[in-house]
Design a protein around this ligand. Structure first.
Ligand SMILES: NC(=O)c1ccc[n+]([C@@H]2O[C@H](COP(=O)([O-])OP(=O)(O)OC[C@H]3O[C@@H](n4cnc5c(N)ncnc54)[C@H](O)[C@@H]3O)[C@@H](O)[C@H]2O)c1
Length: 345
């Protein structure tokens, strides 16, 4: 099912409930270069027969300028022109790299995504942000450019490891916390196996619900000057520790959401019971509620966060489940919360 969705900077063809093969009804194979990783290229070799491919190691550490340089040289070798369409097939690491590369190669070529992880389906592939890391600093280099298409083929999830399902649920729980109290209750009534069950269409509904939240938010504020900031709930602390300790994004976001809720109880009147409810929900989806880290080191990285304004950071806090707001917080308030979280573990 093709749905053309308009964003301020351009429209995106969303191919929901599709199959990878349907891509060739819309795009000429001859112009396509697939960007994927070693896992996906092996698991789905049959889908990629005869296609031009660039294959990366399966790791967050490949999401940097070194990879962008190497991929650009490979595109030149393939004689890629402005007619070329880069298609990122993979999780959020691959969609971020593909979007960034396509935004700068020849000052911009067309690109599209086939997200294969739950996290990329509900979040990373949608919205046009394409970032790469520099050292410990997450997504510090990036562009906002919309892809030409996003194709959803949930058959890819059949091979997704359970741990990666949990990581995807971290971003789903994020949408529930910031926008959708009813979703929070729905999630609390179920578990990962329920959504993995092919006999119900709960998973498709869940993906669409999250994608709808992201689409609405980005349509209103593509360049993140207002409401889009709310999508960073849990991400400020997460970004500070995930590359430092090589923690998967989803798990770091889970931890970041607990810290954001602890801060919320002090600055925006969030009932303390919500912190406990969030911890229980994260545990239900096999996400850690305790993580050890060095608060001082995390703080050093956090001071370079994109949302820094002088010695404050625009921090996303909750007033209640389903209602997030932005608070400008001084560094020391955040540092105290990091120390409090660390000493609770
Ligand atoms: N641009 C954005 O708006 C945005 C939003 C959220 C997250 N992100 C980024 O996304 C990244 C996290 O994404 P992720 O959780 O998908 O991580 P990932 O891309 O590293 O994928 C996780 C693991 O799952 C494997 N995998 C993916 N699909 C699979 C499948 N179908 N079968 C078997 N294995 C599969 C991958 O090979 C990898 O080992 C982070 O870099 C984060 O910064 C970006």
């Amino acid at each position: 099912m093709l749905q053309k969705i308009n964003f301020p900077s351009g429209s995106v063809n969303f191919l929901f409930d599709s199959s990878f093969e349907e891509l060739w009804q819309h795009y000429d194979q001859q112009h396509v270069v697939i960007i994927t990783n070693e896992h996906i290229s092996k698991l789905y070799a049959r889908l990629f027969k005869g296609l031009k491919m660039l294959v990366l190691p399966a790791s967050e550490s490949s999401k940097d300028l070194h990879t962008i340089g190497s991929l650009s040289r490979q595109l030149i070798d393939l004689k890629a022109t402005r007619q070329t369409i880069l298609v990122g097939v993979g999780g959020g690491v691959i969609t971020d790299i593909t979007g960034f590369l396509a935004s700068v190669y020849l000052r911009g070529v067309r690109f599209g995504f086939v997200p294969t992880s739950l996290l990329a389906m509900v979040d990373a592939a949608v919205g046009g942000k394409n970032g790469v890391n520099s050292g410990m600093h997450k997504n510090i280099l990036g562009t906002v450019t919309q892809p030409s298409f996003i194709l959803y083929d949930t058959r890819f999830l059949d091979t997704l490891p359970d741990d990666e399902w949990s990581n995807g649920f971290a971003e789903i729980i994020k949408y529930a916390c910031i926008f959708d109290a009813e979703l929070f209750e729905d999630l609390a009534m179920h578990n990962i196996s329920y959504y993995q069950d092919e006999d119900n269409d709960a998973l498709n509904k869940l993906i669409t619900r999250c994608v709808d939240w992201k689409i609405k938010t980005v349509q209103e504020d593509e360049k993140e000057s207002g409401i889009r900031k709310l999508l960073n709930f849990g991400h400020t602390a997460a970004h500070a520790i995930e590359n430092l300790y090589e923690i998967p994004h989803g798990k770091a976001v889970g931890m970041g959401m607990i810290i954001a809720c602890m801060i919320s109880a002090d600055v925006s009147g969030l009932e303390k019971v919500v912190v406990e409810k969030l911890k229980a929900l994260l545990a239900q989806y096999h996400l850690p509620v305790k993580l050890k880290f060095n608060a001082a080191k995390a703080m050093e990285i956090l001071k370079m966060d994109k949302k820094r304004v002088d010695d404050n950071i625009d921090y996303i806090v909750l007033e209640k489940t389903g209602k997030a707001v932005v608070h400008s917080l001084p560094f020391d308030t955040i540092e105290k919360a990091l120390i409090a979280y660390d000493s609770n573990n």
